[in-house]
Structure formats: structure tokens, C-alpha cells
Ligand binder design. Structure first.
Ligand code: FAD
Length: 398
């Protein structure tokens, strides 16, 4: 049986929410706090974050921070107002829903409204004795930058957006770069036409691609210095970085009774249980066909956190959450923006420009009812891209 959000979602019989605890220290947490205040919530807000830095954006970590152009000052987001209690280095370690209490090493924290925004961490494929290099936090970024300084060659395991951005930054720093993956990098996200275009540009910048059906094993301790592919190839590099996806931070919810299945399960208004909502990389929802969907992207974290905060305050009167499915990546001099679920099949319809000339606006499966739209070095702003898709799904003119 599929898990479902727990319990009756009508507003809590305990009355209006007065004391909100937000668990998480990044964009979903910050957006939830801002939205609560915009909705005129004047009760107490406590934010519990296990990080050293106040809420910051991860987006520049694989770009400006890794390249050495940006520092903590550039990534830290707008400060929370004085009326919010921000507790850094304070992990939530457990949740007692019966007593409405979040457990922390510093003691229990009571809530009557709770926002789960604990995000995700980097997935690892190495063994316990390997110090696998990943990129998720600001500290990871500083460490990786330091390792890059001393490396002539870099091997990136995983050619998704993150792996390819790391490869791109390593290229600009003059490194010899290899990307290894199970399938042609970016095809699954952007379709074969755009994926192929980005790989061509990357190859022209010097990136070597290795495909291996069956994955790789990291070799060497403490730091991996080689990988072995399933077909027995050995690839060596001074620096090996894993960019193989993320894992939602849900372990602290063990025993709480909340529904967890590859993330915290939310309903169509981002509610998990009475008085509890979730947003961002930690949240997973069911689609019409019952499949579980998680959308780990910046825009989703922002949009979902807004919806979750409203649902916490207004219950069934809050709007149903409809993700815009907008995301983007910057790599190899290409600015790629997309709306839609990704994995577009077949040849796109060209709405403007062409990949050959370097600037293109493309739609799948066709121009009249696009399900995915991708802009490559094309000036269409994100809001217009979102409208193109909304027009197709609602039939409303943009
Ligand atoms: C290097 C990098 C580059 C990216 N670039 C892009 C991009 O270009 N475009 C894009 O759309 N997306 C990008 N993303 C994805 C985007 O950053 C994430 O989707 C977004 O950060 C999700 O926000 P979140 O607040 O849900 O989760 P997170 O950012 O994961 O934040 C969760 C926070 O909760 C804290 N936390 C976890 N557990 C606990 C606990 N038990 N108690 C207290 N605190 C806890 C964590 O330390 C963290 O501060 C990038 C991600 C990375 C790593």
C-alpha cells in the first residue's frame, strides 16, 4: 500500500497556529518564514538549522564558489528579521508529534505549527573508509576548490546538471576533465537534441565522456584516485568528485509516525499531518497515477515553501500547490532554462532560433501544447517560459 499523508488535514482543533518551528536552514526554510510574515502571521517563529552559516543559496557553489570568484558573503541570503529566532548548529534529532515537540541536543522545542524543510544531502557511492568528494554545502565548495587548485586532472562521476557544472568550472580552471555516466549526460533531463548540443560544446572545451552501463566503483583510500567501470576499465584522476544525486534528510523523523517514502509525503497543499507541512528537496508527493514525485530544484523549493506556509495558516482555504517545474543550469558558456518534467522524447519543435546558431527556444512535443520547453542561450525570461507551459496545460492565452 502506498503511504499517504497522516490523519485528518482540517485545521487543528487546538486552534490557530501561534508558535511555528521551521526545521532547515536554506531556501525552503527562509521562504516559509518570509511567507508566514507576508500572510500577517505575528506569532513566534523558531528556525532550527544544523549549518554554521545563516541560510545561503547552493546555486553558486558549483559555479562562482568553485571557480573562486564568490565567497560566503555572496551566497548568504537576505537575513531573517530580528523577530525570528534562528538557531544555527542546532540539528533536529527527533519529533514527538503527540507532544508537538522537536527534539534537539539543546533541548526540546515546542510547536503548534511545524515546517519540515530539512532538504537533502549528497548521495554517496563510496565505502565507509573512503573520503568521497561531493558538493552540497558551502564547506564542500571550499574543500573542493582547494582540491581543484592542486589537481591537474578531474574525474566527475555523474553527468546531471550538478556534475556537468562541476566539469564546466574545472575546465575553465584549465583542468583535464572526464565525466563518466551510465547514459549520455543530460539526455534524460533535456532530451537528446539539447543534451547532444551541450556535450558537443563541452567536448570542444576539452571534456572527455565515458559511458559505462553498470556504474563505477571508487578505488583508493582515504581519497579515491581512480574508478573501475563495470566492464573493467580503470580511469584515474588527481581529483574524483561524485555527483550522483541526492538523498532527502528524513532520518530525524524516524519513529515520528509521519509518512516517509523517498522523502516526506505531502498532500496537494504540502500538508503532512495536522499542523505539519513540508517543502523543498525533502518533500515528495503523489501524482495522478500514484507515482511518487520529488522535484529537487531551487524554484520548486521557493514555490512549495510559499504554498506550505499558506496551508499551515489557512488549511483547506489555501490554494492547491501546482509546481511550475522551472529549472536552469549554467555550464560551458550555455544558459539553459527549462519548464516541464524533463525527459522530453523525440525531436523538438523549434519556436525560435536554432541550436546551430547557438540560441534556441524549443518545445516538446509541439508548439500548440508543449509539455516541456527549453531555452538555450535564448533571452526568453523564466516567467514567459512558465506561461508558455501554463497556456498549454490550462488552455488560457498567455
Ligand atoms: C551545488 C549545487 C548547485 C545547484 N544549482 C542549482 C541551479 O542552478 N538551479 C536549480 O534550480 N537548482 C540548483 N540546485 C538545487 C537547489 O539548490 C536545491 O533544490 C535547493 O537548495 C533545495 O532547497 P531546500 O531548502 O529544500 O533544501 P536544502 O538546500 O538541502 O536545505 C536544507 C537545509 O536543512 C538543513 N538540515 C538538514 N537536516 C536538518 C536537521 N535535522 N535539523 C536542522 N537542519 C537540518 C540542511 O543543513 C540545510 O541547511 C543546486 C544544488 C547544489 C547542491
Amino acid at each position: 500500500m502506498r503511504p499517504s499523508p497522516a490523519g485528518d488535514m482540517r485545521p487543528s482543533p487546538a486552534g490557530p497556529v501561534r508558535d511555528v518551528v521551521v526545521v532547515g536552514g536554506s531556501i525552503a526554510a527562509l521562504t516559509a518564514v518570509e511567507t508566514l510574515r507576508l500572510e500577517d502571521f505575528d506569532g513566534r517563529i523558531t528556525v532550527l538549522s544544523d549549518e554554521d552559516l545563516p541560510p545561503y543559496t547552493r546555486v553558486p557553489l558549483s559555479k562562482g564558489v568553485l571557480a573562486g570568484r564568490e565567497t560566503a558573503d555572496d551566497v548568504v541570503l537576505a537575513p531573517l528579521s530580528d523577530e525570528v529566532d534562528l538557531h544555527l548548529r542546532t540539528p533536529a534529532t527527533g519529533l514527538d508529534t503527540a507532544n508537538r515537540t522537536v527534539l534537539t541536543p539543546a533541548g526540546p522545542v515546542r510547536y503548534d505549527g511545524l515546517v519540515l524543510a530539512s532538504g537533502a544531502r549528497a548521495r554517496r557511492i563510496g565505502t565507509a573508509d573512503q573520503a568521497e568528494r561531493v558538493l552540497r554545502s558551502y564547506d564542500d565548495g571550499l574543500r573542493l576548490r582547494d582540491h581543484l587548485d592542486r589537481a591537474a586532472s578531474v574525474l566527475v562521476v555523474g553527468g546531471g546538471f550538478l556534475g556537468m557544472e562541476i566539469a564546466s568550472t574545472a575546465c575553465t580552471l584549465g583542468k583535464e576533465v572526464t565525466v563518466v555516466d551510465l547514459a549520455p549526460p543530460l539526455d534524460r533531463l533535456l532530451g537528446t537534441a539539447v543534451g547532444g548540443h551541450v556535450r558537443t560544446v563541452a567536448a570542444q572545451a576539452g571534456v572527455r565522456f565515458v559511458l559505462t552501463h553498470g556504474g563505477v566503483r571508487l578505488l583508493g583510500t582515504p581519497f579515491p584516485t581512480a574508478v573501475e567501470t563495470a566492464d573493467g576499465q580503470r580511469l584515474e584522476a588527481d581529483l574524483i568528485v561524485s555527483a550522483v544525486g541526492d538523498v532527502p534528510n528524513v532520518e530525524w523523523l524516524a519513529g515520528s509516525g509521519l509518512p516517509v517514502a523517498g522523502g516526506v509525503l505531502v498532500d496537494e497543499r504540502c500538508r503532512v499531518a495536522p499542523g505539519i507541512v513540508a517543502a523543498g528537496d525533502v518533500a515528495v508527493s503523489t501524482t495522478g497515477d500514484g507515482a511518487l514525485t520529488r522535484i529537487p530544484s531551487w524554484t520548486n523549493a521557493v514555490e512549495q515553501a510559499r504554498a506550505a506556509a499558506k496551508a499551515l495558516l489557512h488549511g483547506d482555504d489555501a490554494p492547491v500547490y501546482r509546481p511550475s517545474r522551472y529549472s536552469w543550469t549554467e555550464q560551458f558558456g550555455l544558459d539553459v532554462k527549462m519548464v516541464g518534467p524533463g525527459d522530453p522524447q523525440g525531436e523538438p519543435t523549434v519556436l525560435d532560433g536554432s541550436l546551430g546558431t547557438g540560441s534556441a527556444l524549443l518545445a516538446w512535443p509541439d508548439a500548440n501544447a508543449p509539455q516541456t520547453v527549453v531555452a538555450v542561450n535564448h533571452p526568453t525570461p523564466p516567467a514567459k517560459l512558465k506561461r508558455l507551459l501554463a497556456r498549454a496545460t490550462t488552455g488560457v492565452a498567455a
